[in-house]
Design a protein around this ligand. Sequence first.
Ligand SMILES: Nc1ncnc2c1ncn2[C@@H]1O[C@H](COP(=O)(O)OP(=O)(O)OP(=O)(O)O)[C@@H](O)[C@H]1O
Ligand SMILES: [Mg+2]
Length: 360
Amino acid sequence: MVIKKLTLHNFRNYEDETFSFEEGLNVLTGKNAQGKTNCAEAVYYLCTGSSLRIRHDRQLIRHGQERASISAEAVSRYGKVRLRAEIYENKRELFVNENKLSRAVDLLGNMNAVFFSPGELRLIQDGPEERRRFLNLSISQTSREYCTALLRYQKILDQRNNLLKNHDISMILETLPVWDEQLSLYAARIIAKRRAFLKELSPLAAEAHAYLTDGAEILSVGAEEREESEEQIRAKLIMEFDNSRERDLRLGFTSVGPHRDDVKISIDGEEARGFCSQGQARTAALSLKLAELKIFAKLTGEPPILILDDVMSELDLPRRKKLLSEIGDVQCILTCTHAERVLYGAECHKIKIHGGKIVP
Ligand SMILES: Nc1ncnc2c1ncn2[C@@H]1O[C@H](COP(=O)(O)OP(=O)(O)OP(=O)(O)O)[C@@H](O)[C@H]1O
Ligand SMILES: [Mg+2]
């Protein structure tokens, strides 16, 4: 997968700019606050329909404007594809080859990217929500079925939670089993897909981590789980929902299910969260991302775009070199303030950015 061209119109600090990318390593350089991350974010937005930095799309619109637009031309093994997002104050429109999408999930899979930035430390150091977010975004990119299950699950979960806040207990007890039937269907699909993904991810992440640390550390991701069918998982979930009914009523929300699950990440047998150093967490997060890259390549038959936002300067020299050698034939968009200091003469296509403009 290669992105050839990216055009930004009133997106963040860009007024009108077109980027041409090449295969291999593309390096966006520039001082702080010039628009490097904004450009990387735009590429990721066209891949996933979301950005890792925002809560509301309107934050992407250039201040004082009403509409932002991002468009790109990419080439995958199926041929050329054109993607476009038009972002308004309160809505957005997505296009693939100029066909307007009726569902956002249809954007997924047209252009895939793995995004790595210093913020990814949260994946290791923060609470379960970050790890669920990683799984949800990552699995969604290669499985629209997962994304759809997630959306339906969330909708039913919201309705179930509303019901739990009702005061008519007998009505609640009568209605809950109906919701739980539905909820467990999508919950089981989500859990099964997550387990399958983690089963693939885990050895690849361990391998990447061993490589980055010269075998000094063992990274393990996810727990060994017994093989279970979606139906078996569902049957168990229905029981769990049933068992936690009283607690849910007391709390006023649903206390079990995939929206509460976590992924265990440990280094040398110790749970990484709250134990590992910054550098260790950074390396572990990078290992997860390199593993993600390999899974995408395997599932889609070609490597995704690798976006490395501002991560080079935070890795030590051996890790930096190792990361560069891992990139191989992957198209990479890398941002940094000083290319010379992080690349050591590696061959690359440099783009300099100043004040939301490409410096000719
Ligand atoms: N909606 C917006 N409208 C106008 N400007 C914006 C908008 N959103 C962000 N900006 C501006 O874009 C600028 C560049 O941000 P960006 O994160 O891309 O910088 P950067 O080049 O990656 O810098 P650094 O090296 O510090 O990471 C910021 O100064 C920010 O104020
Ligand atoms: Mg930045």
